[in-house]
Design a binder for this molecule. Structure first.
Ligand code: BEZ
Ligand code: FE
Length: 284
């Protein structure tokens, strides 16, 4: 008898899935097996390398808990999260492009009044962020929800940092009758994703850095429209070309302006930075 070849084995495994009852599950599992086998065959994966891969995934499982999701971090840093985003969000017709949600969004963040201050002087330089939520015809959408969150100047979100009050640098705003939202925060800085686990070791082994380009997160929703999960990136914050999760899309980058005029307390000074940023939503 002829010895079993890699191609024979792949065929046998695929054949075993010929009768998967759910059509979509069958499509996904057979494609996954075919690609996984093709990968191992192409690189001629050794037994030691296979074992190292299993150890890596085991470590990722062990470090994952309610507050730490190493598998999403793995998906993010391998560009899979952004690939899924790009496949599923075709932002045509001038609508706002989406990007990764990330692990630090919190459901039911506090409601804030337009014009509210959501950060502290300790968190960084004051930044006024305002704009409108619009439909594709650029008609303002009243009552849209603008959910905002960002890291402090120390590179940490409130949920990661015992030195920040709960809800610091996050909140939900509702647009007024003219579709406007408006808040005061701090200028975002580049920060490193959690790199003390297996994904951090992987990035180091690959000669990659863990830095995300400076950004503010947004999730914008309105009745009758598709909600958009996105960021605004600071054009001067660095790492735009090497964001470690591949999240930067050119349409999401803005330059802050320096504006004369004191920011509201507790910030001080006689000038501040601002970003005017409109969101354009598509109908459902
Ligand atoms: C974030 O921007 O919050 C983020 C996104 C992906 C991985 C880690 C952090
Ligand atoms: Fe972030």
């Amino acid at each position: 008898m002829e010895p079993v070849s890699p191609a024979d084995l792949t065929r046998t495994v695929l054949d075993r899935h010929a009768n998967v009852p759910d059509v979509r599950l069958k499509e996904i599992i057979t494609s996954l097996i075919a690609h996984l086998h093709a990968f191992a065959t192409e690189v001629r994966l050794t037994e030691q390398e296979w074992a190292a891969g299993i150890r890596f995934l085991t470590e990722a499982g062990h470090i994952t808990d309610a507050n730490r999701q190493e598998f999403i971090l793995l998906s993010d840093t391998l560009g899979l999260s952004m690939l899924v985003d790009v496949i599923n969000h075709d932002a045509g017709e001038g609508s706002t492009e989406s990007t990764v949600l990330g692990p630090f969004w919190v459901a039911d963040a506090a409601w804030r009044e337009n014009g509210a201050v959501i950060g502290r002087p300790d968190d960084g330089e004051p930044l006024h962020v305002f704009g409108q939520v619009l439909d594709l015809g650029r008609t303002p959408i009243a009552g849209a929800v603008v959910d905002v969150w960002q890291a402090s100047g120390r590179g940490l979100y409130d949920v990661q940092d015992p030195q920040q009050p709960v809800g610091n640098l996050r909140g939900r705003f509702r647009t007024d009758a003219a579709g406007r939202y408006d808040f005061w925060t701090v200028r975002p800085l580049a920060y490193a994703i959690p790199d003390d686990g297996p994904v951090g070791k992987m990035l180091a082994a690959l000669g990659r850095h863990p830095w995300r380009a400076a950004h503010i997160h947004f999730k914008v929703s309105a009745e009758g429209c598709r909600s958009v999960t996105s960021h605004v990136f600071d054009a001067e914050g660095g790492y735009l070309d090497s964001d470690t999760v591949f999240g930067v899309k050119p349409s999401l980058v803005r330059t802050t302006s320096v504006v004369a005029g004191a920011p509201p307390a507790p910030f001080t000074g006689d000038e501040h930075r601002s970003i005017e940023y409109d969101f354009v939503l598509v109908p459902k």
